[in-house]
Write a protein that binds this ligand. Structure first.
Ligand code: SF4
Length: 302
């Protein structure tokens, strides 16, 4: 990967920022199974999809179950996609289960069952976006890629740009900054990528950063500017109760917890607002998460 210089380069050298964060990571990294020396690239890929929009503590038990049941892409690909949806449990955003199943099938068909180590081949898998391809190439294969997730974007926004939150959608300038900081040696770059992500998860958190524990407190532009409050467009709230998302979750839970198809009244009973319920059910069908059968019943996909 080529390293470009940001339009307004940080006032500190990359090493003076990456060094303390790498040293902090050595002392404070969480002991997570997908970071263990014996973790497989498949385990890393599954963890990366599960961790999108879901905290580690909720992912851990489901990841364990998945790895025990489907230790390889071939094992998952051999089962119906509905089993992936069932085993997704309450992780939320269940289309991710379908994406993982589709990726497993593509890995079997195109790569002989081995998660590819090439960034472009990863990106070419169904449901794998730029972030996941970079993360798997970095964390499973120790390559050098800019890995920008929500946590990293927030850390860099504060540390380098002096603002509390990054823009709503990722900009080219953020990628340039991430590439500028990326150590040149691939294994160190991969370690840096996970280290800055961990700093965002544990210290530079969204609502109450623990700046006194931060290894780069003296270099943080947001701190040096006096912690100016966010003045961008309104940020998305976390409302869940009463939403279509909650309704979809209830409907899908009925199917997950039942062996075989269910009658429509079994779905109707879990959500009283009929128009919202029908809308949510239509959405689940359109997303391929629910199969409407010819006899009027509903099932997980096969
Ligand atoms: S000093 Fe605070 S805001 Fe700045 S990077 Fe560290 S934790 Fe984040």
């Amino acid at each position: 990967m080529k390293t470009s210089t940001p339009a307004a380069p940080p006032r500190h050298t990359p090493a003076s920022i990456t060094g303390p964060i790498l040293a902090w990571y050595d002392r404070h990294a969480r002991d997570l199974p997908w970071r263990a020396p014996d973790a497989t690239p498949w385990g890393v890929l599954v963890s990366e999809i599960m961790l999108q929009q879901t905290p580690v503590v909720r992912v851990l038990p489901i990841w364990d179950v998945w790895m025990a049941r489907w230790p390889t892409p071939a094992a998952l690909a051999a089962e119906p996609s509905g089993e992936a949806v069932r085993a997704w449990g309450r992780l939320g955003y269940p289309r991710r289960a379908l994406r993982l199943h589709a990726a497993a099938q593509a890995i079997v068909e195109r790569h002989n069952g081995k998660v590819p180590d090439d960034h472009a081949a990863l990106l070419d898998l169904p449901g794998i976006g730029a972030y996941t391809a970079a993360a798997v190439a970095s964390f499973a294969y120790q390559q050098r890629h800019a890995v920008l997730d929500t946590n990293v974007r927030r850390v860099l926004a504060r540390l380098i740009n002096g603002v509390e939150y990054p823009p709503k959608t990722q900009t080219r300038a953020e990628t340039t900054t991430a590439e500028f900081l990326l150590p040149s040696d691939p294994p160190t770059a991969a370690r840096w990528s996970v280290a800055v992500m961990e700093l965002g998860a544990l210290v530079c958190t969204a609502r109450s950063p623990r700046c006194v524990d931060c290894p780069v407190l003296d270099k943080c532009e947001w701190q040096l500017a006096g912690r100016p409050p966010y003045d961008g467009p309104p940020r998305k709230g976390q409302t869940y109760t009463g939403t279509d998302r909650q309704c979809r979750g209830r409907l899908l839970a009925v199917l997950r917890n039942t062996e075989g198809p269910v009658e429509k009244p079994a779905l109707d009973i879990v959500w009283s607002d009929a128009p919202q319920r029908e809308r949510a059910l239509d959405g689940l069908i359109a997303d391929g998460l629910v199969d409407p059968l010819d006899d009027g019943r509903y099932a997980l996909p096969t």
